[in-house]
Design a protein around this ligand. Structure first.
Ligand SMILES: NC(=O)c1ccc[n+]([C@@H]2O[C@H](COP(=O)([O-])OP(=O)(O)OC[C@H]3O[C@@H](n4cnc5c(N)ncnc54)[C@H](OP(=O)(O)O)[C@@H]3O)[C@@H](O)[C@H]2O)c1
Length: 270
């Protein structure tokens, strides 16, 4: 995929990984449609990369529709979609409200599918384009305390894999980047800090470089850091020992007996 002269929509580019990707793509000559929710930060990144700010809440169907409309109106087309916007949530499943379960799935899974659904047909029609999803190690292994987030990211992964096969031979490439912990505001936003000594969070620039490799080279997947791919490989080869070690040394979040028969319907515990 030729980046120079292309039009790239990067969702969640008002901060963290997305802002770093916007910077990388603009430096290689792409016009970047910088998507975010926070108007001030989104416009600041857009100004920095000489791109166009696109505002909208991707957890909301109307917001997703508006983002697609504005993105297409800005330059008449989108050649590259980096579906990066996302949020986490950490805690025992019953402490998460049903409303929050739904909005997290809307943002982390449905938005990626709907934006792809809206933008890929025109890429195929033009005979070139690229889509890169930002997945997570959580979606490859599962993580205690992140059951819904992990499910959403696993969904993104198999969606990407399926779509990559569907677009084969069309000139449109589809790939994923699978990060471990990344040093962004993600953990503060999800309500629980990353407090593990290992693996150490990587800078967002490293994930941005991997996204550029996927987009530019049409690669199917990139892991950041690369050795992380060992985790699902070990789980596949030795599932019993892997699960024992994950329970013993992984996230210590556990569902406790509440005696009230179910999870929360109202506001979240955190
Ligand atoms: N950080 C990590 O350790 C890590 C690890 C694996 C995967 N990831 C994935 O990497 C991606 C980027 O995360 P990050 O680390 O860069 O986090 P971040 O710094 O918190 O940035 C998240 C971005 O998503 C946007 N966003 C959040 N909720 C949104 C909503 N409802 N509608 C539209 N946009 C929304 C934010 O926009 P506003 O700020 O403008 O609201 C922001 O631009 C996510 O998909 C995340 O799951 C992160």
């Amino acid at each position: 995929m030729q980046l120079s002269g292309s039009v790239a929509l990067v969702t969640g580019a008002s901060a963290g990984i997305g802002a770093a990707v916007a910077d990388r793509l603009a430096a290689r000559g792409a016009h970047v449609l910088v998507h975010g929710r926070d108007a001030e930060r989104t416009r600041a990144v857009a100004a920095h990369v000489h791109g166009t700010a696109i505002l909208g809440d991707l957890a909301d169907p109307a917001g997703r529709h508006a983002v697609v409309e504005h993105a297409l109106a800005a330059r008449g087309r989108v050649d590259i979609l980096v579906a990066n916007a996302g949020a986490g949530w950490s805690g025992p499943l019953p402490d998460m409200s049903v409303a929050h379960v739904r909005s997290l799935l809307e943002l982390d899974l449905v938005a990626s599918i709907e934006l792809t659904h809206a933008l890929v047909p025109a890429m195929v029609h033009r005979g070139h384009g690229a889509v890169c999803f930002v997945s997570s190690i959580a979606g490859r292994t599962g993580v205690a305390g992140e059951a819904v987030y992990s499910a959403a990211k696993a969904g993104v992964d198999v969606f990407a894999e399926s779509l990559r096969a569907e677009t084969a031979g069309t000139g449109v490439s589809v790939g994923v980047v699978v990060p471990g912990a990344v040093d962004t505001g993600f953990f503060d936003h999800r309500g629980r800090r990353y407090d593990r000594a290992f693996p150490a969070p990587v800078p967002p620039d490293r994930v941005a470089d991997a996204i550029v490799r996927v987009v530019e080279g049409g690669r199917a997947e990139e892991w950041v850091p690369r050795w992380l791919r060992l985790a699902p490989a070990v789980r596949a080869l030795a599932p019993g020992p892997y699960r024992y070690l994950a329970t013993r040394f992984g996230e210590p979040v556990r569902i406790r007996s509440r005696g009230d028969g179910g999870g929360r319907d109202g506001a979240d515990a955190q």
